[in-house]
Each structure stands twice: as structure tokens, then as C-alpha cells.
Design a binder for this molecule. Structure first.
Ligand code: DMJ
Length: 672
């Protein structure tokens, strides 16, 4: 109320008075007072005493200063606001990184692009991690290194395996390990030398994952018949020869060659491919518990390499089970003394227990096919173990043979001396026994190594030209193209069944981009190999045939000498049928293989288990069983039968695997 009365007494411009006068001022009016109110009143008086111009100048200055103040306040506020936000973001980012590290220590996925989202990494988005950091800002970009390319690709395809990828921190450790394409990590022996730069770890073939995801192709009736044949053979081996080298199915016993369970090891990957998991597991147990290489026994370098070392390596690849690689490494080391010769051309025999090697008792020669057909296996062993000594030893043999004189348009003699390193017994050229797989391994090594080793290809191409020039002839009356032999300038129309590997190898070369001519020759030769069965009374080929160069129309093309009419259950024709069917899709090749299987069943099957080689393919009423089942019947013949009847090109894809001469598939090295 007092206020109101005081206000009523004030001069006009009530609006000013109404905001500046307080009750106390009203009470204390008249006396000296240093209170704020008093001072304000006195400023007001002074203001009133100023001229109009003075007041205007003061008001203008005041307005100017106030305006500046407002502007600078606004911009500082913005700056402050952004600083505050940035530090919050940074905090969030760090939290997120910590979250990633804790939640998923194996991979540190960072978006490749600044705006990448975690949807690309399903394994992360499913973890409900903190909001992803805005990596565009500041040095955090540098902290978040993008994952390695393979990790990124893998993470999109297969979330379950991502956590198994090594973290960067572990890289030093994993450098010394080898990861197989099946994903198994192998710790190489600490004492081994580091892998050479040539031996790069191949990426897991992309089709492996595709294969994993693919619906399994159902097994057809013919394949079922192969499985049945395998089981029958296996029953004989299991009942009468378990853990020994070969089954003697008639006498229900076994024979020993190296005493290393040859048949069992040769058959391991066949069981895997045929899907005989139970049998495989049982055999694996034997390998784990019984297979010992520390034995005072002489083994043939070539035979033990292609059947045992090759069998172990391919089984390792198919199963991913490191047991097989360990065994392969052990055997590989024990075979190495064979290469300690004056010429570095290996001896034929090694004592794997004593570490000594020697040539056969009657000569210091080795067989050319033998010393040039251990390469796929030893090279693969180096790649897997990181120990280059295996590859070095066998590469040296190939390089040496490449430079040797004594060849005839690429065709090699059959013997080579371990002291001088020179070919011996010059002048005899064959694609059969003692030379056959030299030609096969030229092409297959070239394929295995990614088609870069030109000397191998050169030697192969030259040799095929040599075959065309010196060894090809046509028979009568059917005009079958066959591969004969040349002895000191004389042509012989003799052809080993072993030569029937050639159509398959030629077709494989053509498939890999070599001359289309090779495919034509392959087609002609496989027809011939089939006729070597079809023109014989049992429908089974003898070991060797002689082709008629002159014969009337009603005659056969093939002649068989009494000493050559045995059949050892060999694989070469079925092997080539498999390649031909794979590359042409022509069903006649399957039909021919089917006929052959039925004839094996008819003439070589032993009712109590197993199959036997026979002495006389010309006598259906008594083929004269020999009482021996060779290990390659399970390792090769039945495996190729099964693959021939399959329409699944991914069942051992020929762009990813190369078959050894004993039908053990080894991976083709993928360039980095
Ligand atoms: C197998 O051991 C191999 O295929 C070798 O290359 C030749 N001989 C037999 C099969 O016939």
C-alpha cells in the first residue's frame, strides 16, 4: 500500500517509477542513504541533467555494445555445444571399441566405408553391441583397421567360423602355423625351415563352402554297385588281412610287401569319397594306434610315396584330420635318405627305420618313371609343413631330367643312373611300364603349381609331339589308334594296359587349355583302351596287348601273348573313362565302365570276400585266380568307378584337385 502511495506522489513516467521504487525507499526518503535505490535515483537525476544529444550518444553506445555481446554469445555457445557433443561421441566410440574387443576378441571388424553399417557383419549386429562409432571423426579412423580381406569375406558367408580367425595380435603366432584349406591349423615342426615364398598357402577353394552348402547329390544305382563292391573287397581285407599289405582272398590270408598296411592306407580316401564313414573310422583307429614307420624295413621310394604318402596327404585334405598329416610328415622324413646320391637322382629303396638307401642289388640305375613320379606328393608335403627340403629334392630331379640328353623328341628312356645322373639303356621308348607316369606328372605338376612352371609344360608338350611322331599307329581291322613302342628305331605294336592312363591325361591337359588336338587323340585312345576289354573273352583287358597291323576284317585288332594274359585289377582305363565322362558328358563312357565293373564282378570276385587278380583273361570258364588283391583296386579302380558314375562335378572338382598317379586327390595350389 505504501508503495502505491509513493508512486502516486512521483513525477510522470510512472512506468520507470513503478519498477525502481521499493517500500524501503519510501520509508527512508529524505536522509543520506548509500543504498542502491538511492544511488539509482541519483543516476536518474544525472541522466535527466544530460542534454538530449548526450543521452542519444550514450543510448547508441549502449545499444551497440549490447548487440556485439549478443552476437558473440551466440557463436561461443555453438562452439561450446559442438565441443561438448564431440567429447560425448568420443566417449561413446571408445566404449564401443571396448565392447567389440570384449564381445568378439577374434575379429575387430571395422566398416570399410565410413558409413558402413553393422548389418554387413551379422555376427556383430546379433550381439546387440553399443551404438557403432562414427568413425569419420578424428584419429579413431586410424585405430580401427579394416579386417583382412579374407576375414571380411568369410564373415559375410559363415558367421559361425568368424571367431576362429586369428586376431592381429596373434599374427606372429599364426605366421608359423599353416592353415589347410579345410581350416585345420597345423603347427609345423619347430625345427623345420621356414616355407619358401613359392609355397604359398592356398585359399580355401570357394567351392568348398559352396559344396558344404549344396544339397548332397543322391547316389545312383551304379554308384551303389560300386559301394557294394568296395564293401565286399573290404570285408575280405578286414576278415583275413587287417593291418597287412595285401589280401590273399582265396587262401584267406595276406601278403606283406612293406608291412605298413598298404591296402588300408591306399583305401582311406576312397572310403571318404564313397561316404563309408564307419569303415573309415575303424581304419583311422588303426592308423592312430598301429601304424608305425620306425621299422627296419626296405621300402620302394616310388611305391611307398604314391600309395602311402599320397594316401595320407589326400586323406588329410578330405578329412581335415591332422593325424594323417603327422603320419605323412614322419614318412616323408624317413624317405629323404633316398635322395642322398652322387647325382641327387634318388635310389629306388630306403630303409625307413635305419635311414639308409640303396639301389637294387644288381644295378645302380633307377627307373625314370619312379624318380619323376613322387613330385606331387613331396611338393605338397613341403607346402603343408613349411619345410622346403621335400620340394627341393624332387624339383631338382625334374630340373636335371629336363636338361638331359638321350631323349627322342621329348620321349625318355626307361632308366637313369644314380651316380652319373645320365639316362641308360638308351634307344627304347615306351609310355608303358617304367616311363608312364613321367609324362603324367609333367602335366600334373604344372597343374598343381598353378600352371607357372614352364619347363614342365614344355617337356610335356614336346613329349606328346614325340608320341604322335614315333609311337602312334592304327590297328587293323578297326583302325584303332594305339600307342606302341620304339626300340632302337624299330616300332613294336605292343601296348601295356598301363598306357591307358594317357587318354585321361590328354583330356585333362585339353581341359586346362592345351591343344584341342590332345582331346581328339584322347577320344581315339580311350576307344582303343575300351576295345582292349571288349575284344577279350572275359571282357577284361590283359596286362599287355599287341595290335594287328595287318588283319582281315573278321579278325580282332588285339592279340594276346600267353605271358601277358593276366589282369591285376588295374585302374588306368576306368581312370581315363572318368576324365572323358567329366569333360564330355558322353554317357557311353559310363556304360563302358559299367560293363567293366560287371566283368570284374563276374570273373574276379571271391565269394568269401575280396577280389583277386587273374591269370587268364581269355578263359571265362577258368580265369585262373591269382589269389591277390592289389591295393590299387581299392585305392584307384573302385574310386574312379564311383566318380565315373557320378554326375556331380564337385565330387572332387578337377579345377581344384589333381589326382596323383595312385588316384589320391591333392589340392591345386591357388596363387596368392
Ligand atoms: C599304380 O600303382 C599306379 O597307378 C602306378 O602309376 C601304375 N601302377 C599302378 C596301377 O596299375
Amino acid at each position: 500500500a505504501a508503495m502505491y502511495s509513493a508512486a502516486a506522489a512521483s513525477p510522470p513516467r510512472r512506468d520507470f517509477i513503478s519498477v525502481t521504487v521499493s517500500p524501503e525507499e519510501a520509508v527512508g526518503a529524505g536522509g543520506y542513504n548509500n543504498s542502491k535505490a538511492w544511488r539509482r535515483r541519483s543516476y536518474w537525476r544525472k541522466w535527466k541533467q544530460l542534454s538530449r544529444l548526450q543521452r542519444s550518444v550514450i543510448l547508441f553506445l549502449f545499444a551497440f555494445v549490447a548487440g556485439c555481446g549478443v552476437i558473440s554469445y551466440t557463436s561461443m555457445g555453438e562452439q561450446w555445444k559442438s565441443l561438448t557433443e564431440k567429447s560425448l561421441d568420443d566417449q561413446r566410440t571408445e566404449t564401443a571399441i571396448r565392447g567389440l574387443k570384449l564381445a568378439n576378441p577374434a575379429v575387430l571388424p571395422a566398416p570399410q566405408k565410413a558409413d558402413a553399417n553393422l548389418g554387413d557383419y551379422p555376427e556383430l549386429s546379433s550381439q546387440k553391441l553399443p551404438k557403432p562409432p562414427h568413425v569419420r571423426r578424428g584419429p579413431l579412423n586410424l585405430q580401427l583397421k579394416p579386417p583382412r580381406r579374407d576375414v571380411r569375406l568369410k564373415s559375410r558367408r559363415d558367421t559361425s567360423r568368424v571367431v576362429e580367425e586369428p586376431v592381429q595380435a596373434d599374427e606372429e603366432k599364426t605366421e608359423k602355423s599353416v592353415i589347410s584349406w579345410r581350416g585345420a591349423v597345423i603347427e609345423p615342426d619347430q625345427s623345420t625351415e621356414p616355407p619358401s615364398s613359392k609355397m604359398k598357402e592356398p585359399e580355401k577353394p570357394s567351392s568348398v563352402e559352396a559344396e558344404d552348402q549344396k544339397e548332397p547329390v543322391p547316389i545312383n544305382e551304379r554308384q551303389m554297385a560300386v559301394i557294394e563292391a568296395f564293401r565286399h573287397a573290404w570285408k575280405g581285407y578286414k576278415d583275413f588281412a587287417w593291418g597287412h599289405d595285401e589280401l590273399k582272398p582265396l587262401s584267406k590270408s595276406y601278403s606283406e610287401w612293406f608291412g605298413l598296411g598298404l591296402t588300408l592306407i591306399d583305401a582311406l580316401d576312397t572310403m571318404w569319397i564313397l561316404g563309408l564313414k564307419e569303415e573309415f573310422e575303424e581304419a583311422r583307429k588303426w592308423v592312430a594306434n598301429e601304424l608305425v614307420f620306425d621299422k627296419n624295413v626296405d621300402v620302394n621310394l616310388f611305391e611307398s610315396t604314391i600309395r602311402i604318402l599320397g594316401g595320407l596327404l589326400s586323406t588329410y585334405h578330405l578329412s581335415g584330420d591332422s593325424l594323417f598329416l603327422e603320419k605323412a610328415k614322419d614318412l616323408g622324413n624317413r624317405l629323404m635318405p633316398a635322395f642322398k646320391t652322387p647325382s641327387k637322382i634318388p635310389y629306388s629303396d630306403v630303409n625307413i627305420g635305419r635311414g639308409t638307401a640303396h639301389p637294387p642289388r644288381w644295378t645302380s640305375d633307377s627307373t625314370v618313371a619312379e624318380v619323376t613320379s613322387v613330385q606331387l606328393e613331396f611338393r605338397e608335403l613341403s607346402r603343408l609343413t613349411g619345410d622346403e627340403k621335400f620340394q627341393k629334392a624332387v624339383d631338382e630331379v625334374m630340373k636335371h631330367v629336363h636338361t638331359l640328353s638321350g631323349k627322342n623328341d621329348g620321349l625318355v628312356p626307361m632308366f637313369i643312373n644314380t651316380n652319373s645322373g645320365q639316362f641308360t639303356h638308351l634307344g627304347v621308348y615306351t609310355l608303358g611300364a617304367r616311363a608312364d607316369s613321367y609324362y603324367e606328372y609333367l602335366l600334373k605338376q604344372w597343374i598343381q603349381g598353378g600352371k607357372k612352371e614352364n619347363e614342365l609344360l614344355e617337356d610335356y608338350m614336346r613329349a606328346i609331339e614325340g608320341v604322335k611322331k614315333h609311337l602312334l599307329q592304327r590297328s587293323q581291322p578297326k583302325q584303332l589308334t594305339f600307342v606302341g613302342e620304339l626300340a632302337h628305331g624299330h616300332f613294336s605294336a605292343k601296348m601295356d594296359h598301363l598306357v591307358c592312363f594317357l587318354p585321361g591325361t590328354l583330356a585333362l591337359g585339353a581341359h586346362n587349355g592345351l591343344s584341342a588336338d590332345h582331346m581328339k587323340l584322347a577320344e581315339a585312345l580311350i576307344e582303343t583302351c575300351y576295345q582292349m576289354y571288349a575284344q577279350v573273352e572275359t571282357g577284361l583287358s590283359p596286362e599287355i596287348v599287341h595290335f594287328n597291323l595287318h588283319a582281315p576284317k573278321d579278325h580282332k585288332d588285339v592279340e594276346i601273348k600267353p605271358a601277358d594274359r593276366h589282369n591285376l585289377l588295374r585302374p588306368e582305363t576306368v581312370e581315363s573313362l572318368f576324365y572323358m565322362y567329366r569333360f564330355t558328358g558322353d554317357k557311353k563312357y559310363q556304360d563302358w565302365g559299367w560293363e567293366i565293373l560287371q566283368n570284374f564282378n563276374k570273373y574276379t570276385r571271391v565269394p568269401t570276400g575280396g577280389y583277386t587278380s587273374i591269370n587268364n583273361v581269355q578263359n571265362p570258364s577258368n580265369p585262373e585266380p591269382r589269389d591277390k588283391m592289389e591295393s590299387f583296386f581299392l585305392g584307384e579302380t573302385l574310386k574312379y568307378m564311383f566318380l565315373l558314375f557320378s554326375d556331380d562335378i564337385d565330387l572332387i572338382n578337377l579345377d581344384k584337385y589333381v589326382f596323383s598317379t595312385e588316384a589320391h586327390p591333392l589340392p591345386i595350389w591357388v596363387p596368392e
